[in-house]
Write a protein that binds this ligand. Structure first.
Ligand code: SAM
Length: 261
């Protein structure tokens, strides 16, 4: 079966990705819930559990979009801050730290800022919204304790460049965690999954967001992305140590982790 995959050039790809996310920004959160049956929430929770956020950390969430992952991380940092404060005998305040939400698309960030304001998240200064490209991060060398990217790296034109940038901005000992769609580890489910992805998702896109083409792109980009082991090798090539991955929901997604030693 051909799904009409086409090879697209690098500059066309970034233009297309820009259009897709500007077009889906306002319906993005609803669509995530609908398409994944709410599973994306559990996948993001798992990413944050693996990260183990702590009070005072400087965190970078790349391709942070509407802030879903950043809000979870900040909440954990805040809980750790309260816990440490309670346990401490010193009158000095335990620092909260900061999560930098970086995304190339200002429309997605704006949607995130709107959400944060509505839910009163980040009012204590724990969030920074930064427009920037994963391939050329606007942050200094060795400035971050950890780096996350959720459902972002497959949209990046040059994955090697994005991984090199992740390595550059991390402090020594810093952690890299990437949540991304991956290849099903249970081959029997593939046909069902393909039918759902290629037939149902673009239709949900058409009905709910009036935008079938963007959701068609999203599905195709998932299939083009390297499998678990190939992606792990790319992370090792980018000089990360202790690289491992964990499959979620039978390999629909995977979390890849590595460390800058
Ligand atoms: N991380 C969020 C989440 O899980 O809900 C958003 C994921 S969304 C599928 C992908 C995001 O990647 C979009 O907001 C898009 O603008 C961003 N993106 C695409 N290419 C990028 C790049 N080169 N640098 C930074 N962000 C990029």
């Amino acid at each position: 079966v051909s799904f009409g995959f086409q090879e697209i050039k690098a500059d066309e790809k970034s233009e297309r990705v820009g259009q897709v996310f500007s077009s889906v920004a306002s319906s993005y959160d609803t669509m995530n819930d609908l398409m994944s049956g709410g599973l994306h929430r559990l996948w993001k929770d798992r990413l944050v559990t693996r990260l183990q956020p702590f009070a005072g950390m400087r965190h970078l969430d790349v391709a942070g979009g509407t802030g879903d992952v950043a809000f979870r991380i900040l909440r954990e940092m805040r809980e750790d801050q309260i816990r440490q404060q309670k346990e401490s005998d010193s009158p000095t305040l335990v620092q909260l730290g900061r999560v930098h939400v970086c995304d190339i698309n200002p429309d997605m960030l704006q949607e995130g800022q709107r959400k944060a304001q509505k839910q009163q998240i980040g009012e204590e200064g724990g969030l920074a919204w930064v427009v920037g490209d994963a391939e050329q991060l606007p942050f200094q060398d060795g400035s971050m304790d950890a780096y996350t990217i959720a459902f972002g790296i497959r949209n990046v034109t040059n994955i090697d460049a994005a991984l090199a940038e992740a390595f550059r901005v991390l402090k020594k000992g810093g952690a890299f965690h990437c949540l991304e769609f991956s290849q099903l580890a249970l081959p029997g489910l593939r046909e069902l999954y393909d039918a759902y992805s290629f037939q149902v998702i673009p239709q949900i896109g058409r009905i709910v967001a009036n935008d079938e083409a963007s959701y068609q792109y999203l599905v195709e980009s998932i299939r083009r992305f390297p499998d678990q082991n190939t992606f792990a090798a790319l992370i090792r090539d980018a000089k990360f140590s202790g690289v491992s991955y964990e499959n979620l929901s039978g390999g629909i997604c995977a979390i890849h982790s590595g460390f800058k030693l």
